[in-house]
Design a protein around this ligand. Sequence first.
Ligand SMILES: [Zn+2]
Length: 337
Amino acid sequence: MRRRRKAECLFVIYHNVAFVSAADRSDLRGVREADFERQVAFLCRHYEPLTMTRLVAALDGHDRLPARCFYLTFDDGSSEHLAVAERLRAAKLEGAFFVNTKRLSDRRLLTVDKQRLLQYATPDFTEFLQAFCHAAKRLCPGDARRFELTAQNIKEAETFYAEFPFYSPPERFYRKIRDRWLTEAQVGALVDELFGQFFDNEAQLLRTYFMDWDGLRVLQSLGMHVGGHSHAHPLLSKLDAASQYADLQEHVEQLRKQLGVRLTAFAYPYGTGNEDTINILKQEGIRLAFIEDGLPQAGGLRDPYRLSRLGPEKLDILMEAADTGVAAHLGETVSQA
Ligand SMILES: [Zn+2]
């Protein structure tokens, strides 16, 4: 298929910025401070910055998006996002910060936070993976073979998640078990158990790595957009419509009460949702929602509940291509069902 050069929005998704992990390894989805600065400078040079107001105006037909534009988004409420917001403000840029509410109201880490710490802040990922596989086998004894940490299983996971080249094959195996074979409740129980084995300082980790409600108020005062990312960060597509509704309803309410925010934009936890999710978002008056498929958003805002986002590693590929004058091919990726 031949690709025509057409209008392009780069919606960039960051998680951690300048994340310093408890060990030597850092979150692979994060980005070093210097790389972040380099990326923002590149975008400002070649693309026009957007704001949420302008996005909604374009959606309503009151404005047209520039041919090449960008908007930076930040998921999961990391404490480092406050420093990012200050820098964006100084550069006269707006960013969208997609936050979860359960962590803030319960003052506890979410399952996704614990997973990330287990994956990236334990001394040895393999040790965590072994413990995870062992616990999964105990939970689902009938399917024990699929949870074995064998070369064959890891190879299959590597192919299965071929669209995530930045994850190592063992990490893809972990994701495959988590996303395909365990329910959300099972994942939560396993992660809680393993977190207790590897960490004993939840309150401190919470304070170190995440914003509280006051942090979000500072974000607002810096002119940043606060968007929705669900209450508890579940993999929504694995939940029935009623459970999705319960999570999202609580989320919308808490943001309204605590921050006076009436949600305009949403980022799907784990980058994906389903038709039920979209129906609920529409019902709640949310105007646009971001997936994470690693692609630039082409064709304007025609499908506003599935706006493409790309991470820093894909942006680097585009930047290299721009430097060498070669058209970048990011590859067709599919979002997880
Ligand atoms: Zn997230």
